[in-house]
Design a protein around this ligand. Sequence first.
Ligand SMILES: Nc1nc2c(ncn2[C@@H]2O[C@H](COP(=O)(O)OP(=O)(O)OP(=O)(O)O)[C@@H](O)[C@H]2O)c(=O)[nH]1
Ligand SMILES: [Mg+2]
Length: 359
Amino acid sequence: MAGVEVGLVGLPNSGKSTLFDALAGGGAVVAPHMFSTVETVHGVADVRDPRLEALDAVSSSQSGKIVPATLQVVDIAGLVSGASHGEGLGNQFLGSIRNTDAVLHVLRCFQDDAVAHPAGRIDPLEDAETVELELVLADLAAIERRAERVGKAAKGGEAAAVAEGTALETLREWLEEGRPARSCPVEVPASLDLLTAKPELYVANVDEGGDAEAVAAVERFAAERGSECIAVNAKIEAELRELPPEDAEAFLADLGIERPALDLVTLAAYRLLDLIPFFTTGPKETRAWTIRRGQNAQQAAGRIHSDLERGFIRAEVIEWDRLVEAGSEAEAKRRGWVRVEGRDYVVADGDTLNIRFNV
Ligand SMILES: Nc1nc2c(ncn2[C@@H]2O[C@H](COP(=O)(O)OP(=O)(O)OP(=O)(O)O)[C@@H](O)[C@H]2O)c(=O)[nH]1
Ligand SMILES: [Mg+2]
């Protein structure tokens, strides 16, 4: 699990590149005409977590150097109906997001006559279905290519190939009904990298006022699919990124927004992928590290450095808020709040670790 990567999908002019800029701080092509993105763009977003600042203010650290977890983001061209058959630019770009961990689906909820909509109306649910059908069709094409290869091996009597051929057939029938691979009862071969097997997070791109009705509809749509929807005003958030941090804060306060919605997007992506952060803090830096939920202290140590995993002795563990409450590591220890855990300890979201190891 090197970097965690998400790919943006959506209709042309839904605001993918604007959201990309807001997340990654620039680099995408944003324009009011359709198909303004014609090249895949990669960027990195910080997973901003207010817990890191609180931790860094604890007396033993206070380095002021905060290293957040990150999320890699890939911006591609808009998809239109028929993309899987070569309409628009979409299909050739889907290859760029085959290797990502999740799909971030941008749905246009904002009204703006200066920004054309490919179907000439605002209807985020219809749009979602259009795009998802294209993803299903792209996956079907991938399955068919694979089935052809597997079919030859199956004819030769290879047992594994026969079994895979049967699984592919079930999968094909499932997708032909317009359903995503992630809900299919058969196991999907990971090497197929099916787009519809990836977790999908919805972003409702809203106007200043926020369209409560449209957002509620997208939220229901997402919930029915076992996912989440985050409402973001991508345009404002992208503009915000260009301001110095103090001005950005004042600007947000003026709008009555407590926290940039972007932070919620990155955190939701982490949640959807079952990733959790743990923290380390000291005089040099306060830092977030990423592990899969369920991983133990020794595996967490390995995220920091392979030497720490190999020479692991024990972990000193304290929940981030308890350390903040104690005010210093020494005080936390005096209160008996720092636990000593062995390598099998399952690390929890927000644990602050100090790994003891042999070199
Ligand atoms: N009013 C308003 N305009 C927005 C919002 N988000 C994006 N836009 C505008 O919509 C236009 C298209 O945005 P892009 O981010 O380029 O859209 P895209 O989805 O990347 O489009 P393609 O690359 O063509 O697929 C730009 O003029 C943006 O400034 C929003 O929340 N409100
Ligand atoms: Mg774009």
